[in-house]
Design a protein around this ligand. Structure first.
Ligand code: ADP
Ligand code: MG
Length: 352
């Protein structure tokens, strides 16, 4: 009998849809931290405090002093494809980290999520969602901003839980996420505390807010995040071509590394792992480095949002430039120029 075996088409329920989306957006604790810290940056926070326990598996708490969420909008923040960041009419004009409205519903589908928030001039409110079940809004106490607490990530999806690595490896991944975001936001303060009981000590990464010149602030932030040695050996990069602006610091060939771990690339403030940019960086150092060495750099490409599509992947680490050739040319020529000048300075110093 054919009708016994023929599969029927059904609409998935909201919980299943959110768990599937969570699989794309939230791979591990570090991806949850990334989403929450990006939300805090989007909210205009000056200081962002992250607390984790057990590699983020049992606890992630992100506190910010940003604009907050209105009490009556808390349920919307937890509903899929609801966002305050775009109106949907122009997907190529994106100025924020977020825009998909997927992170909070996804996190609420795979963990226990409590959001407490307060906007200026109103009382604080709190909403809880656990494995997709949303509680009514409650009054709460908070001086301002937002606190998002995520406990027991993936308790609702045990298969995913099994794929997590050791607490130490997950803590490292969380630290890397914070470092990357901290590099791109030198005027925002970040702290990360590991409050695991009996864990291998407290992981602590602190970077304070700074004021003044962007290059000074960036240089100071890079010195803290990547180390003083990088900062001392880095050339300031500042160049422009056809609407693309390249800034940042690129290390002298003598500071190169045996692996590519010290390459940090950003597009419109967003950390990316982009083949085009990595290739351009490599190309720029081609005449200055032996093949087994990797250049170290923190570079920022900024352009009108219409010149780049960041809507390529849910985790948003890939981008697509409208004119990749221009971007490549800009990077290669700006870096080659800087390196040649530095080499020239070095050789004249030696000669003199
Ligand atoms: P997206 O960031 O793509 O908009 P999210 O699911 O991450 O989607 O967040 C949904 C909405 O909740 C955001 O658009 C924003 O309005 C609000 N929100 C989330 N986190 C914060 C925060 N820390 N401060 C203020 N508003 C927030
Ligand atoms: Mg978001």
């Amino acid at each position: 009998n054919i009708s016994d075996t023929r599969p029927v088409i059904r609409q998935l329920d909201e919980g299943a849809i959110n768990r599937i989306a969570a699989g794309e957006v939230v791979e591990r604790p570090a991806s949850a931290v990334k989403e929450l810290v990006e939300n805090a940056i989007d909210a205009g926070a000056q200081h962002i405090e992250v607390v984790i326990a057990d590699g983020g598996k049992t606890l992630i708490r992100v506190r910010d002093d940003g604009c907050g969420i209105a009490a009556d909008e808390l349920p919307l923040a937890l509903s899929r494809h609801a966002t305050s960041k775009i109106d949907g009419s122009d997907l190529l004009n994106i100025h924020s980290f977020g825009f998909r409205g997927e992170a909070l519903p996804s996190l609420g589908a795979v963990g226990r999520l409590v959001i407490t928030s307060r906007i200026a001039g109103e009382d604080a409110a709190q909403i809880t969602v656990s494995a997709g079940k949303i509680s009514p809004i409650r009054p709460a106490a908070l001086s301002g901003g937002t606190v998002v607490e995520l406990r027991d990530l993936f308790f609702a999806t045990p298969a995913r839980l099994k794929f997590l690595r050791t607490d130490r490896a997950e803590t490292q991944a969380v630290t890397d996420v914070i470092k990357r975001l901290a590099m791109a936001e030198p005027f925002v303060g970040f702290t990360l505390r590991d409050v695991s009981s009996g864990g291998e000590g407290r992981v602590s990464f602190r970077a304070d807010a700074e004021t003044g010149d962007l290059f000074d602030a960036l240089h100071g932030r890079l010195a803290r995040v990547l180390g003083a040695e990088f900062a001392e050996n880095a050339l300031k990069i500042d160049a422009e071509r056809e609407g693309f602006h390249l800034t940042g610091y690129a290390a002298l060939p003598t500071y190169s590394r045996g692996s590519a771990v010290t390459q940090f690339l950003f597009v419109n403030g967003r950390p990316v792992k982009d083949k085009l940019l990595i290739g351009a960086l490599k190309g720029a150092y081609f005449d200055f480095l032996s093949r087994d060495r990797h250049p170290a750099a923190a570079l920022f490409v900024d352009c009108d949002p219409h010149l780049v599509d960041v809507n390529v992947h849910p985790a948003k680490s890939e981008v697509r430039f409208r004119d990749p050739g221009v971007v490549r040319g800009l990077i290669v020529s700006a870096l080659r120029h800087g390196l040649a000048e530095a080499g020239h300075r070095a050789s004249t110093t030696v000669a003199g």
